[in-house]
Design a protein around this ligand. Structure first.
Ligand code: NDP
Length: 454
C-alpha cells in the first residue's frame, strides 16, 4: 500500500530536519526518511562531537599553564577512553532529543534507506528487510555527504572522521592525511590527547580557501605545539593490520611512517549512492545535485538542500536552505538564502575564523591598490604568565575607496565567537571608521579590532 504525504524529506540531518519541522509547522503532512541515526553528520559524527573533543583536548593547554597561575597540578594524563565514551553518551542524548522534536512537530519518521521509484515515489528499505512505498507531491533530497577516501592501496585500512568517534582508545601515533578543516581539527585534538601526530599535506599550505596569512598563523602554532606537518607529501599506500593497530604509510616519495592509525581527511562528497535518481530523472553534475536559488532540481517537485548540493557545506547554511525551502513552498514567505557572506571557523587549536573576503580574494576583485590591510599580531594577556602560547592574529581587509570592511579574520582563542559578532557589522557594510568609532572593551583580545592604526 502506498502511503501519501505532502512532502517526503530524504535525510534527517541538519537541512532535512529543519525543512521537515518548518514545513510541518505550516500544516504540511511530512515524512522524513533516515537510514542512519537522526541528527545527521553535524550531530552524530561531525560538528557536535568534534567540538566536545576539542574542549576535552584543550585541557592540555589549560593544565600546562595552570602552575604559572598558582595552581599546583599533580602529574596528570589524558584519558581519551572516558572522553570518547562521554561524547558518545551526549550524542545519544541529542539523537533522542531530535527524534522527540520530530514527534512534537508531527513529522513521521520512516527509518530505512530511501530510493526513488518515480519522480513522486520513494521506496524505503528498513534494516529488517521490510519495504514501504511513500508518495508525495514534493520530495526534498537532504542526504548530505560522506568522507571520501583517496584512491590508494590500503585506503580501507585508514579511518575517516566518522570512525574516530567510535574508538575506545587512541594509539600513540597517528598519521593524518589532508590539510583541510577535518585534518587540522583532528590533528590538534589528537595532539592534545597525547598522540604523536604527523600530518601529510599534498600542497604547500594548510586550509585552502582561508586567508593565507591566517593559515600560516595556524600552521606556526600547530608546529610550535609539536605537530609535525609535512607539506608536498601524499600517501601512496597504507599497509598493516587493524587488530594490533600497526600501520605503515608509504609516501609518494617512498618514505615509510609507522603509526597506530591513519586518518584520511581528504574531503567529503555528496552521498548519492542508492538514491536511484535516474528513476526520477534528477540531474547530477559531477557528484552533486545542482539546484537553483530556490533549491529546485531539474525535476519539478524535487528539491535539494545541504551538502548534497555542494555549495557552502556548513550546517547553518543547510539549516537555512531547508527553512527557506519550507517558508517559500509551504509558508507563503518566499525567500532565498544569501550564500555570499558566510562566516566560518576551523576549530583547530588555536581557532581560525573569518567572514568576508580574504586578502587574496580582495586583491583579485579590487586590485592590490584597491584595498588596505590592517592587522594586529601579538601575545594575548592570558599568555603573559605562562610566557608561551601561539600569537593571536586579527586582520581587517578594507576597500580603499569606500573604507568598507570587506573581510575580518582572526586566529586565536574564541575566534569563532568573536567573528560571529563581527559578521553582523561586516554584513551591515561597516567601514573601518565604524570599527574605529567603537569604544574598545579593555582588556580584551577583540578590542584590537577597533584600535588598529590607519
Ligand atoms: P577539505 O576540502 O577542507 O580538505 C581536504 C584536504 O584533503 C585538502 O587539504 C586536500 O588537498 C586534501 N586531499 C584531497 N584529496 C587528497 C588526496 N588524494 N591525497 C592527499 N590529500 C588530499 O575537506 P575536509 O575533509 O577537511 O572537510 C570536508 C568539509 O566538511 C569541509 O570542506 C567543510 O565544508 C566541512 N567541515 C566544516 C567544519 C567546520 O565548519 N569547522 C569542520 C569539518 C568539516 P588540496 O587542498 O590540495 O585539495
Amino acid at each position: 500500500m502506498t502511503e501519501r504525504f505532502d512532502l517526503i524529506v530524504l535525510g534527517a540531518g541538519s537541512g532535512g530536519l529543519a525543512a521537515a519541522k518548518r514545513a510541518a509547522s505550516y500544516g504540511a503532512r511530512v515524512a522524513i526518511v533516515e537510514g542512519d541515526r537522526v541528527g545527521g553528520t553535524c550531530v552524530i559524527r561531525g560538528c557536535v562531537p568534534k567540538k566536545l573533543l576539542v574542549y576535552g583536548s584543550a585541557y592540555a593547554h589549560t593544565l600546562a599553564d595552570a602552575p604559572s597561575y598558582g595552581w599546583l597540578v599533580p602529574p596528570v594524563q589524558p584519558d581519551p577512553a572516558t572522553l570518547l565514551r562521554n561524547v558518545r553518551a551526549e550524542v545519544d542524548r541529542l539523537n533522542r532529543l531530535h527524534i522527540g522534536l520530530l514527534e512534537k512537530a508531527g513529522v513521521d519518521l520512516v527509518p530505512g534507506w530511501g530510493r526513488f521509484a518515480a519522480a513522486n515515489t520513494v521506496v524505503v528499505s528498513a534494516a529488517d528487510g521490510s519495504e514501504r512505498e511513500l508518495c508525495a507531491e514534493r520530495i526534498l533530497i537532504a542526504v548530505g555527504g560522506r568522507p571520501h577516501r583517496p584512491d590508494i592501496p590500503g585506503a580501507d585500512l585508514g579511518w575517516v572522521s566518522d570512525d574516530l568517534f567510535l574508538l575506545e582508545s587512541l594509539p600513540d601515533a597517528v598519521v593524518v592525511v589532508g590539510g583541510g578543516f577535518i585534518a587540522c581539527e583532528f590533528a590538534c585534538i589528537l595532539h592534545g590527547l597525547g598522540v604523536r601526530v604527523t600530518q601529510l599535506v599534498r600542497g604547500d599550505h594548510l586550509l585552502r580557501g582561508f586567508d593565507r596569512e591566517a593559515t600560516l598563523a595556524v600552521q606556526e602554532a600547530m608546529e610550535e605545539a609539536g605537530i609535525e606537518i609535512r607539506f608536498a607529501h601524499s600517501p601512496a599506500a597504507i599497509t598493516g593490520q587493524c587488530a594490533p593497530g600497526e600501520f605503515t604509510v608509504t609516501t609518494q616519495s617512498g618514505e615509510q611512517l609507522s603509526c597506530g592509525g591513519v586518518l584520511l581527511a581528504t574531503g567529503r562528497r555528496p552521498f548519492l549512492k542508492g538514491l536511484n535518481l535516474e528513476a526520477a530523472g534528477v540531474a547530477v553534475e559531477g557528484c552533486r545535485i545542482p539546484v537553483d536559488a530556490n533549491q529546485c532540481t531539474n525535476v519539478p517537485g524535487i528539491f535539494a538542500v545541504g551538502d548534497v548540493t555542494d555549495r557552502v557545506n556548513l550546517t547553518p547554511v543547510a539549516v537555512d536552505e531547508g527553512r527557506a525551502f519550507a517558508d517559500s513552498v509551504y509558508g507563503r514567505k518566499p525567500r532565498q538564502v544569501d550564500h555570499e557572506l558566510v562566516a566560518s571557523a576551523v576549530f583547530s587549536q588555536p581557532e581560525l575564523s573569518g567572514v568576508g573576503l580574504t586578502e587574496e580574494q580582495a586583491i583579485e576583485r579590487h586590485g592590490a591598490d584597491g584595498i588596505r590591510v590592517h592587522r594586529a599580531r601579538f601575545r594575548a594577556m592570558n599568555q603573559a604568565l605562562p610566557a608561551r602560547g601561539p600569537r593571536v592574529l586579527l586582520k581587517l581587509v578594507v576597500e580603499a575607496a569606500s573604507d568598507r570592511v570587506l573581510g575580518c579574520h582572526m586566529v586565536g582563542e574564541h575566534a569563532a565567537e568573536i567573528i560571529q559578532m563581527a559578521a553582523i557589522a561586516v554584513g551591515m557594510g561597516a567601514t573601518k571608521a565604524d570599527f574605529d568609532r567603537t569604544m574598545a572593551l579593555h582588556p580584551s583580545v577583540a578590542e584590537e579590532f577597533v584600535t588598529m592604526p590607519n
